[in-house]
Structures are given as C-alpha cells and as structure tokens.
Design a protein around this ligand. Structure first.
Ligand code: URA
Ligand code: CA
Length: 436
C-alpha cells in the first residue's frame, strides 16, 4: 500500500514515479480517498519538477482507465484522430473528416460541444438543417464501416479523472504545466478510441501556447506519450496570430468548408488541412510519404469525391445534403453589414480571439453551456495581415439577425489593426514533430 505523502515527497525531490504510484494517485483522487490538499501539493510538485515521458504515459493511461473507453475495434482500419490545441474556430475538423475519409482512412469522430466564440464542430454541423449528432454506438460504428466517416457528440463517461484533476488545476495555478496538459489531451483522445493521433499545436498570441518554444515542448511531450502508450502520434506547430480562413460563425464556416473541400477555399485553411490531412494518411497507413498523401488529398478535392462524401455524411445523419451544391440552403442572417476601414494602410494585426468576441456577441458562440447559438450569424473577413487597405474599403462583413451591431462593428474596427508600415503575414506552418 502506498501513502500519498510519500508520493508527494518523491516528486517534490525530483524523483521518478512508478506506474503503480501514479495509478494509486489517479484512482485515489477520482474515488475521493485522496483529499484535495494532497492532490494539490502533488500537482504543484509536478508543476515544478516535471515528469518523464514514461511517467506521462502512466498518468495518461491511468486517466484513460478511470472511465469508459470507446471500443472502435469493430471498425476496419487504423482509426486516426486529430486534435487542435487552443484554436479559435475548428473549421479544419469539418473539412478533414470527409477529406481524409475520402482517401480511405476511417474517421470515427467524437466531438465535444465546448464553449467559445463560435460553436464547436457539432454546432457547425447542426447549422445544416436536420443534421443530428446523436447516434447509438452501433449506428456510429456501422456508419463508419459503410461511409468511412461519422461525427457524433460525446457520450459515456470518458476520463472522469481528467475532469476532476483539471478542475483542481484550475484553482491551484497548475493548469499550464506541460506534462499535465499533454497527458490530459492524450487521455481524452485515447479514451475516444484513437489508434493514431495527429496534433495541431497552435502558437501565437491568442493561442494557448504563446511561444513557439512552449508549443514545441507540448508537442514533443504528446508525441513521446503516444510512443509510450503505443499510439502513433505526430504534431504540427501552426500559427494562430490571425484567424484561419475568412469565416467566423457556424453556417458561414460550413460554407467555407464546402468551398475548401472543392479545392476553392482560403489558402491558409486549405494549406493547414493538407498538412494535417497528409499526416493523417501517413499514420493511417494509406500513404508512405507526405508527398504521396498530399497528392491523394488534392485528387479527392479535384475530382469532387471529398465533397460528395461530405454530402453523404450529412444525409446519413439526417441533414439536407443539398447544401453542398447550394449553400444558400444554409441559415442566412437578415442583415449583412459592411465594415469600412477607418484609414488607409496595411493590415498589421487581427487576433482571432478579439475577432471571435465580435462574432460571439452577435450570437455565434456560447459563454455557458446552456446558451443558444444562432447558426446564421458571424463575421466574414475580407482582409488578412499584410494586405493593403484604402480608407472606407470593406474589411469585414457582419452577418446579423439584429440591427444592433455597433459593438461588433467597433470591435472589428479596433482589432483589425491598420498601420502605415507593412507587416509580413505570419508563416502558418512551423515544425513538425514525429518523435523519430
Ligand atoms: N486542454 C486540455 O484538454 N487539457 C489541458 O490540461 C489543457 C488544455
Ligand atoms: Ca474559422
């Protein structure tokens, strides 16, 4: 039998914990036999002393085993999941699911709803009339076997230990510990049934990891955990100092996803999807090299099969698949109001977070989990960092169901910064971490 005080002391002194010690802590905290004060001291010791890859692997698996694990073994092929850490707007998931599935990698996606300036993947899909995300486990598995893709809401009691520990970290100033973040994220992916994982670790102001160094350290930790626990994992560092694509809002992002699946989407969003998608094909065993994978993805965009599969996914889950050829069948806002530039110059700054607030106050997002989302509203950006702009030129369009848009307009004019000196657009894709 272990004593928690000894485990705390060992970590405090920089020791390496065994699987049994870590499991004792996780189980004890989850079932209430280890009190908050000891768990808090332990988390703070980890915060200062860190954890080896081995310890992080044990922590991850102990959290996985604390609750239900989704069994996707009835789905043929390697189940690859993708996760973006700390991004605003996850249009990439909407695009990658049918795109990668069209190349033959099974995508059994469980999405959370989450809070934010715009909804999560589920909210975006539900902006398509009739689309529902509640499937039984059997329906979910059958659909992936038949179509290669299904997207559902989270069901079951996944990683309760992570939920309790996260809540405690939140009030003990131990959230931003890389080993704790890495094992938290990896545990959720593994419990949801992933055989292989592709991570998109965002960096830049407005992202969770503000510096490239921190983003790399987090990516390396997660890739090392993947190796420890037998899940092939790759990570891409991507820059989030401006929003991806032009759309911020649920139906607006579905429309943008449709364009991207056709190969006619915004350059940055398309590029990130191709980079992440090619990693997914490689870890999914459908391509030997990144170049070969990229060729396959581009081909299914060009020949229409990626878009066709998106239509089939929509139909299978009760939605109106006509939207893929006629996006005007998506909810549209009553008012479309142009936002004029207040001066001439170059766009130098447009933080995703700040612009997200402008969309959220129109009704595109929710602050608490009971808030209603308006699928039609949001912002269409017209400019990106590095673009020139003339005074009075439209820099964005507000899609609103109310005439009360002053606050949103003001936020956009304030946060889409225009200055006299040119600033180069940030480079979107940084290092790729494969652990090899
Ligand atoms: N996101 C997670 O899922 N877990 C963390 O610990 C931090 C961010
Ligand atoms: Ca977006």
């Amino acid at each position: 039998m272990f004593r928690m005080v000894d485990i705390i002391e060992k970590k405090r002194n920089g020791g390496q914990l065994t699987e049994q010690e870590i499991t004792f802590f996780v189980n004890g905290y989850t079932n209430g036999t280890i009190p908050d004060y000891q768990a808090s001291a332990f988390l703070m010791a980890v915060y200062f002393k860190g954890m080896t890859a081995e310890e992080q692997g044990h922590l991850t698996m102990a959290m996985v085993k604390s609750g239900d694990e989704i069994d996707l073994s009835a789905i043929r092929g390697i189940k690859v999941d993708k996760h973006s850490t700390g991004g605003v707007g996850d249009t990439t998931t909407l695009i990658l699911a049918p795109l990668v599935a069209a190349c033959g990698v099974p995508v059994a996606k469980m999405s959370g709803r989450g809070l934010g300036h715009t909804g999560g993947t589920l909210d975006k899909l539900e902006s398509i009339g009739g689309f529902h995300v509640e499937l039984t486990e059997e329906q979910f598995i059958n659909q992936v076997n038949e179509l290669k893709v299904a997207v559902i809401g989270q069901s079951g009691n996944l990683t309760p230990a992570d939920k309790s520990l996260y809540a405690l970290r939140d009030v003990t100033a131990t959230v931003d510990s890389i080993p704790l973040i890495a094992s938290s994220i990896m545990s959720k992916k593994i419990a949801a049934g992933a055989d292989a994982i592709v991570l998109d670790v965002k960096t830049g102001e407005g992202a969770f990891m503000k510096t490239v160094e921190d983003a790399k350290a987090l990516a390396e930790s997660m890739v090392a955990i993947g190796r420890q626990v037998g899940r092939n994992t790759m990570a891409v560092i991507s820059n989030m100092s401006q929003p991806l694509g032009f759309a911020i809002g649920n139906a607006l992002e579905v429309k943008e996803a449709i364009e991207t699946l056709k190969g006619e989407g915004p350059e940055d969003l398309t590029e990130l999807c191709l980079v992440l998608g090619s990693k997914m094909l490689v870890v999914g065993g459908k391509a030997e090299t990144i170049e070969e994978a990229r060729g396959q993805l581009t081909a299914v965009m060009k020949d229409g099969s990626a878009l066709k599969l998106f239509g089939e996914l929509i139909k299978a889950q009760g939605g109106n698949e006509a939207v893929i050829h006629d996006p005007s069948k998506l909810p549209t806002a009553t008012y479309q109001i142009e936002v004029p530039a207040l001066q001439s110059g170059f766009i130098t700054k447009m933080e995703a977070d700040d612009l997200g607030v402008a969309a959220a106050i129109l009704g595109a997002g929710r602050a608490t989990k009971d808030d209603q989302i308006d699928p039609a509203v949001g912002i269409m950006l017209k400019k990106k960092i590095g673009d020139t702009v003339e005074k009075g030129e439209t820099i964005a369009i507000i899609h609103s169901n109310s005439k009360e848009i002053e606050k949103s307009l003001q936020l956009l004019q304030e946060h889409i910064r225009i200055e006299n000196d040119y600033v180069a657009p940030p480079s979107l894709i940084g290092d790729v971490i494969t652990g090899d």
